[in-house]
Design a protein around this ligand. Structure first.
Ligand code: FES
Length: 227
């Protein structure tokens, strides 16, 4: 992992919006007052979701809110790569490049990002500021490879079973301000078999409890014989 430093250019100040503040209060109530520092990651995350990145004034404010030395908040923000220490595109495209995704076409997705957005690196914004992209390690959706995670103010969602064309379409839609549907773009619901003739795990009795054999727990009444 490369050295993570705060951006050279910083805003003058940071304040939580009313909407973020409500969530800040939720997190603060979860911990005893003398353990407020436990909320440091959620508060950093809220700052990031509000501004798109974590600035130095945000780090200072969070330190003050949680009674923590600034350096402790700084250590957390610079340690976890999920925190953006520089402004990123409105939509940060995180392309999984680990082996299962690579074998299934991650290089094609990276080529689309290079063509549409530019140089790899979350701090390298597209000309319109809408996008930046980076390569990440396995995001745990290997059964739906290849995939990307797209992080923006709406959340961090997975887009799976991708092709170069599929990703181009997602970028087009985001650029046009359209809503995009998360999950596999192949029509799969989750990670079930792609061949419609395979009926694996579709028998309802697998899930409705009817196959379960009655058991007698040590502290329960013996089961009554039927009939
Ligand atoms: S290898 Fe890409 S999600 Fe696991």
């Amino acid at each position: 992992m490369s050295v993570r430093r705060l951006a050279a250019e910083q805003p003058q100040s940071f304040a939580f919006s009313a909407e973020s503040e409500e969530k800040v209060q939720f997190w603060l109530k979860k911990y005893p007052e003398d353990r407020a520092a436990s909320a440091v990651i959620p508060l950093l995350w809220l700052a990031q979701k509000q501004e798109g990145w974590v600035s130095e004034p945000a780090i200072r404010l969070i330190g003050e809110r949680l009674g923590m030395p600034y350096i402790r908040v700084y250590e957390v923000a610079t340690f976890y790569t999920m925190f953006n220490l520089t402004p990123v595109g409105e939509h940060l495209i995180q392309v999984c490049g680990t082996t299962p995704c690579w074998l299934r076409g991650a290089d094609d997705l990276k080529a689309v990002c290079e063509k549409r957005i530019g140089k790899k690196g979350r701090e390298n914004l597209s000309a319109d500021g809408k996008f930046s992209w980076e390569e990440v390690e396995c995001l745990g959706a290997c059964a739906n490879a290849p995939m990307v995670q797209i992080a923006n103010k709406a959340g961090d969602y997975y887009y799976e079973d991708l092709t170069a064309e599929g990703l181009e379409k997602i970028l087009d839609d985001l650029q046009a301000g359209k809503e995009i549907k998360q999950g596999p773009i192949s029509g799969r619901h989750a990670s079930e078999p792609t061949q419609s003739t395979v009926e694996t795990l579709k028998d309802p009795s697998l899930y409705d409890g009817s196959r379960a054999k009655p058991i007698t727990l040590p502290n329960s009444e013996p089961a009554k014989a039927e009939g």
